[in-house]
Design a protein around this ligand. Structure first.
Ligand SMILES: Cc1cc2nc3c(=O)[nH]c(=O)nc-3n(C[C@H](O)[C@H](O)[C@H](O)COP(=O)(O)O)c2cc1C
Length: 321
């Protein structure tokens, strides 16, 4: 049977993926996206395999919460201990995810110090062990992919992506920047195109997804045509346009966006209660944007300290439109 990556490639070229974003792409936001501007595939926020296999498991588990309406959905994991990847992969299969992605791209200092995420670019031995352990845990039931960058301090596409292409991965998501470049320079789409050429030579069945600075489906299609990638991943583009994955939706006025913010706030309260209120404010910025009076309304909403306070402003505003 075809896995999710193969199905997407067969059905749509290019297919589109919402990028995993810590504190953004939680179960609540994923459900809102799939309802209002659906995308072909989503991923969870990154979840720590070492934490999962420790007494702190509960805290990691919240990152893997999901509903059927979010599918197809891939769980993204990170960590340094191969045995923990294997165990977590087994559990992810049992939880009904459509795939497992290994984070080898995050440039955050704390992860690098541990030797995890993009630090693996400098440690192919551990990268290989982690991939083999995850594949063992997944046991052929769901596909295993890696999301990574094109090098650590310098561009190293040929060696690093070439190495990954020898690991029997189902897909590789290539963010076209080095770890050192963080998000400070434009993504090198010429290097992503190079990764596709390497794929054609070394591992023709591995699916390649390109990532970096894509702001619209139209731009994604153009970049896919130029680079040859099978799929396009969009992250920050959704902050600029919540409807980024639905080209037909061009109206983002108050009447359109306020009910979505209301729905998100209610679902967020139900799911996370007040402990997690502050992260919700990112979405106030995303939805209340780009129309007359947006900045004043946003400023008032940003002062709130609870879901109920925010809902009171939303409801008062609804009465005036
Ligand atoms: C707030 C935020 C959180 C992120 N968290 C993750 C993460 O958990 N896992 C991951 O692989 N990448 C993470 N990323 C990187 C994105 O998935 C993506 O690779 C990056 O933003 C480049 O794509 P873009 O230019 O479309 O935003 C994060 C990015 C942002 C902005």
């Amino acid at each position: 049977m075809k896995n999710i990556w193969q199905k997407l490639k067969d059905n749509k070229q290019p297919f589109f993926v919402l990028a995993p974003m810590d504190d953004v792409t939680d179960t609540v936001f994923r459900r809102i996206v799939q309802k209002h501007a659906p995308v072909d595939l989503m991923m969870t926020e990154f979840a720590n395999a070492d934490g999962w296999c420790s007494p702190g498991k509960g805290a990691i588990g919240t990152r893997l919460l999901h509903k059927k309406s979010e599918k197809p959905l891939i769980a993204q994991i990170w960590g340094i201990t191969p045995a923990n990847y294997e165990q977590m992969a087994r559990d992810i299969v049992a939880m009904g995810f459509d795939g497992i992605d290994i984070n080898m791209g995050c440039p955050v200092k704390d992860m690098i110090k541990k030797g995890a995420c993009s630090a693996m670019i400098q440690n192919p031995k551990l990268a290989k062990e982690v991939i083999i352990a995850t594949q063992k845990g997944a046991n052929g039931k769901i596909p295993v992919s890696v999301k990574t960058r094109i090098g650590f301090n310098t561009i190293d596409t040929e060696a690093w992506i070439g190495f990954l292409l020898e690991q029997n991965l189902d897909a590789i998501i290539v963010h076209g920047r080095t770890k050192k470049e963080m998000s400070k320079v434009p993504a090198h789409w010429d290097e992503i195109a190079k990764a596709v050429k390497l794929r054609d030579k070394l591992s023709p069945d591995t699916i390649i997804v390109g990532n970096g600075d894509v702001m619209s489906v139209e731009q994604g299609r153009k970049l896919a045509k130029e680079s040859g990638v099978d799929g396009i991943m969009i992250g920050r583009g959704i902050f600029h346009n919540f409807f980024v994955f639905d080209e037909a939706k061009t109206n983002r006025d108050l009447q359109t966006m306020l009910p979505i913010l209301r729905e998100h706030t209610i679902l967020h309260k139900k799911t996370w209660a007040n402990e997690k209120f502050e992260p919700l404010k990112k979405f106030v910025k995303m939805y209340i944007n780009g129309f007359a009076g947006a900045s004043e309304l946003r400023a008032t909403m940003m002062q709130t300290k609870s879901h109920d306070e925010l809902l009171a402003i939303i409801d008062k505003t609804s009465l005036s439109i």
